[in-house]
Write a protein that binds this ligand. Sequence first.
Ligand code: GDP
Length: 412
Amino acid sequence: MASDPVVRKKLTGYVGFANLPNQVHRKSVRKGFQFTAMVVGESGLGKSTLVNTLFNTTLYPPRDPIPPSAERPQTVAIQSISADIEENGVRLRLTVVDTPGFGDFVNNDDSWKPILEDIESRFDAYLEQENRINRQKTVDNRVHACLYFIQPTGHSLKQIDIEFMRRLHQKVNLIPIIAKADTLTDEEVHSFKQRVLSDIHFHNIQIFQAPVYENEDEETLGEHEEIASKIPFAVVGSNQEVVTPDGRAVRGRAYPWGVIEVDNEEHCDFVKLRQMLVRTYMEELRERTDQVLYENWRTEKLVSLGVPQDSSVFKETNPAQRVAEERALHEQKLGKMEIEMKMVFQQKVQEKEAKLKQSEEELYARHRDMRDALEKQRSELEDKRRRLEGGRPLTPTEKTATKNTTRRFLRP
Ligand code: GDP
């Protein structure tokens, strides 16, 4: 079928749609944003300090010292903390999912399991909301980013790190972080990063890489490259203000040999991490969670439930068309039933006819037998009569033969 020709014209008058981005902007600001970040890593690696530093809040109150191992829980726990933060009139509902206990046991083989289950149960909850009749109040509690804290050993990734990343990279945006980078020298940080990256590459682990779009301006491309070059981010966290030798008050950590400034790009990658997570790619993280990670999980889940995934099954139709299709289907079904009934009826008639024919043949055969027997009897009687008239008595064999012929003839 030939499609209608499309008439393309260039309009020059002002209509006002250039204001569309502002409309979207205003609406988003009014609605606010939701973002859920998960932090995973052994106790004491500075997770809560970094979250507080990142969002400039005291989301995590100062922790009690780590309890002795006898008092520690024996499984990885999942704890969520939410806070509404506002910056220049933009509201963000931030949820941080903590995983205390990860990597803290003698046997850490299954440490990744409760975390994977938590991520999937959040997908489940979202799917359940999508299937509701009223989808207006959908709350997105899916994990949009997972900050994975690597111990600053300076060697390479540990088995627990590889296992965790391998198990979760298809379910969450992984952002690897080298914790407490101030405990390593610049050279150590550099070579440790290389080793971590080659381990990640070797195990085919997909960490979050911000997408690069076509026709991106040079500044954005430059920013993208700079952020990408810092992965895994070597960070230092601190909410404390310290005074630098030149008299500036900065967030950082003071040492006898000097001050490490959190917000100084020369000192650590904290600024780049914040840029990636909050300033530049928060929306990308949310989008990838929704359109890639959640979508893949959803497809797998529906396939496992036996729901057909042929897109034609889900094609949009208007109600009238759907009713017409349903009616046609129903009529098709009725027609099929009618044909089947006719076939059964014909088969029954044929069977009956065959039976009748068989009885008819049997009757004919019996009739023939009877006629032959009668004929035989008649000729025997005729013989007998002739012999009696001739004066000769019947032999015993002739007597029995005459009797049997009569019996067979009389049998029903
Ligand atoms: P968590 O158990 O992973 O949440 O770790 P915390 O944030 O509670 O930090 C544990 C300890 O490490 C605290 O004494 C922090 O002051 C300290 N700490 C946090 N971040 C850093 C860091 O970047 N460098 C250094 N040297 N210490 C840190």
